[in-house]
Design a protein around this ligand. Structure first.
Ligand SMILES: [Zn+2]
Length: 547
């Protein structure tokens, strides 16, 4: 295995990555607080994490990726004052806090899909893990790290020796930062809430019984609890945005190490901000709250252009947002697609020299700007078009720009996660193939019928059997004049309403062959994006299938 070097915030050094268990990586990424849409700045962090994960996978590691959904406990102040973000969102949207969480969780997952970010292996919600959080607070209490104030149970940071080891700030600076949110009862400004009491006389929408009274967990405790619960001892890499360093991650480390007596994660990695041209950080305030939909979809721009733009800047450097930069990225990406389409469809052999060069760049703390340069070198080289295509398709396993031919995805872990439904359907297909091979026509017909009941037609040809969803005919014959024969993309089946949805996944793969291997477990995918149809038609389909 090649060496990978990653910048570790904890040591402030680029270090050779060494996982705890050979060949496996436990990766924890702090997820969204689901009270509003994610903005482009938030999404940049998830792009960075996706590139990290794909780099590890490309190197042959099996990555267990856990992401939490903060659906309770995150207050408008990063410390422990202010309003609960969920209840605030609920009041704003006229919904319950639970509905708000559900709605924005789905919106977030949709954003990830649109950006071709591989889903985490495990999603976990703070509200699904309340007893575990309470248990950790009890442990901290037993070990003498907590105290009680009138509004909650707090962690005493003065009991921790190296509280500033992640931020590398002197304690006085950390204390100053913490004093912004005044709380007279705290022993030290940096102390933080583990459990907050529901205000007297107020019935909160989200609250639970605890040994200390009815209330809700503080924000930081959820990530400590869930990373330990889902990763166990596999605490390799913990990531988030740089805004997490001084408070959230610092507190996660303090309480986790206090509770377990062991080191909490070996590598801490942080993605830099997206700034609005002029240097202002993108925030959820009205004027610069830019979402993927607002910037891309509503302007008929390919949202992958954002991914492409993010690849041009090192993840540790601030990235600048401007309309010009986005327009440039969109047209450059289209230019790249055109070059690749011009290579034809024949797939040759991956060029090992270029692969090695590419690997060296991405393994050097995710140096994607230079990795992209290698991609351009390949396209300009004197390799045959078929070998270029093979090499570029291989790089795209990491880049995720949908450049490649589908063949490079077959048998790849990145798309190997199948839903129970897909397993079931393909299980039936295999059973039928076997029955046919044994000339057991009665059995094969019976299974064909069962497959049909599940919405698929079986087609037999020289290459074996294929499954064609019935709904695909329905969509194809809709009276809107789309030339579906030219569509290249994935097919997804939505089990709930049995609608087949297309996604422009790989711009020139032959969907007739490609789709069975590209099934994924996205039961709620409802979007349709394709470069080969007109912008107006795209918008029309988008409106009808993606709402
Ligand atoms: Zn977190």
């Amino acid at each position: 295995m090649q060496k990978i070097f990653l910048y570790n915030t904890l040591t402030r050094k680029k270090e050779e990555f060494k996982p705890i268990n050979d060949g496996e990586v436990g990766l924890y990424a702090c997820g969204p607080t689901v009270y509003n849409f994610a903005h482009l700045g938030n999404l940049r962090a998830y792009l960075f994490e996706d590139l990290l994960k794909r780099t590890l996978q490309y190197n042959g590691y099996k990555v267990k990726h856990v992401m939490n959904i903060t659906d309770v406990g995150h207050l408008t102040g990063d410390m422990d004052m202010g309003q609960d973000k969920m209840e605030k969102g609920a009041a704003r949207d006229g919904k319950s806090a639970w509905e708000v969480a559900e709605f924005y969780t789905e919106a977030f997952k949709k954003d990830l899909r649109v950006l071709n970010i591989v889903e985490p292996s495990i999603w976990c919600k703070a509200t699904d893990n309340i007893p575990e959080q309470i248990a950790m607070i009890i442990t901290l209490e037993e070990k003498g790290f907590t105290y009680k104030t009138s509004d909650g149970i707090y962690f005493d940071t003065s009991r921790v020796k190296d509280y500033n080891k992640l931020s590398h700030l002197d304690l006085e600076t950390l204390r100053e930062g913490a004093r912004v949110e005044k709380n007279e009862e705290k022993k030290n400004p940096t102390d933080f809430a583990l459990w907050k009491f529901s205000p007297v006389g107020v019935k909160r929408q989200m609250e639970w019984e605890s040994p200390w009274g009815i209330g809700f967990p503080g924000w930081h405790i959820e990530c400590s609890t869930m990373s330990l619960k889902f990763l166990g001892d596999q605490l390799d890499i913990h990531c988030g945005g740089i805004d997490h360093i001084n408070i959230h991650h610092t507190n996660e480390i303090a309480q986790s190490e206090a509770a377990t007596g062991k080191k909490f994660f070996n590598y801490w990695m942080h993605g830099a901000f997206l700034n609005i041209a002029g240097g202002k950080k993108m925030a959820k305030s009205a004027d610069n709250f830019l979402t993927l939909d607002k910037v891309f979809t509503e302007n008929n721009l390919n949202p992958l252009a954002y991914r492409f733009a993010a690849l041009q800047t090192n993840y540790r450097k601030p990235m600048e947002y401007s309309e010009e930069a986005i327009a440039w990225a969109a047209s450059s990406l289209t230019g790249l697609y055109e070059k690749i389409i011009a290579l034809g469809r024949e797939i040759g052999i991956i060029d090992e020299n270029y692969k090695h060069k590419f690997l060296e760049k991405i393994n050097d703390d995710l140096n994607f700007p230079e990795a992209l340069a290698v991609l351009h070198e390949v396209l300009k080289s004197d390799l045959s078009p078929a070998d270029k295509l093979a090499t570029v398709s291989d790089f795209d396993l990491v880049l995720g720009l949908k450049l490649g031919n589908f063949k490079s995805f077959i048998n790849n872990e990145i798309v190997a996660e199948e839903s129970e439904y897909v397993k079931y359907i393909f299980g039936l297909k295999e059973k039928r193939d076997l029955a046919r091979a044994q000339n057991n026509w009665l059995e094969s017909d019976k299974i064909r019928k069962e497959i049909a009941d599940n919405g698929f037609e079986v087609k037999d040809d020289a290459n074996g059997s294929r499954l064609i969803p019935f709904d695909y005919h329905k969509i194809f014959t809709e009276p809107n004049g789309f030339k579906y024969d030219y569509i290249n993309g994935d097919l997804y089946v939505n089990k709930t309403n049995n609608v087949v949805i297309f996604e422009e996944f790989l711009i020139f793969s032959d969907w007739r062959n490609a789709w069975p291997v590209l099934f994924r477990k996205y039961d709620n995918v409802k979007y349709f994006f394709n470069n080969n149809i007109s912008e107006t038609d795209k918008l029309d389909i988008y409106k009808r299938y993606w709402n």
